[in-house]
Design a protein around this ligand. Structure first.
Ligand code: SF4
Length: 199
């Protein structure tokens, strides 16, 4: 038996084998071989499952990413299939057309995978590290808040507003992460706050 044969393939082949063996006795061996050759191998055999969330909209459907290559052994993992997570309470395994095409999104040549910076006056973007990006964002936010924070209105009533910066968060997240994001952003005084689901 082919060691690559999956359980589904084995059961199918076994059924074919029983019929083929009987047929073979009558001279139908070639039919068995042709039928077995036409059965496609189960494509998810030897893949690793990773649970995740569809990044497109605020429904936040659960997905399972199937990859070949074990990163725990230092191998590169390559996603070969994505489907809805049947155990996820939101979507119960279903995906809309956008979610069903997630693999194309992951494999897209134009997908942004790391921070890019276009310096003032420059017409091109250059790659920077995550540390550089986070340091820069933190520095600019701190300077802007120090310069523009509104502690009180004209009547002297405390308002604690920071209106010169907006914050765009991701909708593909858990309730707990969204709660913490909201708390952090609002505690700085930021008024303009939204997520990509409405953009
Ligand atoms: S699968 Fe469709 S409905 Fe579900 S989160 Fe993705 S885009 Fe939204």
């Amino acid at each position: 038996m082919n060691v690559e044969l999956s359980r589904r393939g084995f059961l199918t082949a076994a059924g074919v084998g029983v019929a083929g063996t009987s047929l073979g006795a009558f001279g139908f061996g070639d039919l068995e071989v042709a039928h077995a050759a036409a059965i496609r191998p189960f494509k998810l055999v030897n893949t690793m499952e990773t649970r995740n969330t569809c990044p497109y909209c605020s429904v936040a459907c659960g997905v399972i990413l199937y990859s070949k290559g074990d990163i725990r052994k230092g191998e590169n993992a390559d996603i070969v299939h994505i489907e809805g997570d049947a155990d996820h309470p939101t979507n119960r395994g279903t995906l809309c057309p956008k979610g069903a095409a997630l693999k194309d999104f992951v494999k897209s040549e134009t997908r942004l995978k790391y921070p890019m910076l276009r310096k003032p006056g420059s017409g091109t973007f250059e790659r920077i590290s995550w540390d550089q990006a986070l340091d820069r964002v933190a520095r600019l936010m701190k300077d802007d808040r120090d310069a523009n924070f509104i502690a009180t209105n004209k009547a002297g009533v405390p308002v604690n507003r920071w209106t010169s910066v907006g914050f765009l968060a991701a909708s593909a997240t858990t309730n707990e992460t969204a709660y913490l994001t909201y708390k952090v952003v609002r505690s700085t005084g930021i008024v303009g706050f939204d997520n990509q689901a409405r953009v």
